[in-house]
Design a binder for this molecule. Sequence first.
Ligand code: SF4
Length: 84
Amino acid sequence: MAKYKLKYDKDACQSNFVCTAVDPEHFKEGEDGKAELIGGSTEDGLFVLGVDEDGKSAAEQAANGCPMMAIELVDSEAGETIAP
Ligand code: SF4
């Protein structure tokens, strides 16, 4: 199991693409003009994606940089929010 998990609330996205700039490994601009979590699946109305240690720093920047608080990075094992 991935150590971290990105959670993304697409409904909250306002398409300013801070996330794709700081974390292009996990986020891209989708065809609907909103951010897309690359390879993500849906869970409780959110898009989710497992992130390993290598991807943590960029994912953290995306979560901290999103002005809409649409992105959250959590520690999967502890169940704690890391960012924002
Ligand atoms: S930074 Fe937030 S609001 Fe901006 S495109 Fe990414 S998810 Fe959407």
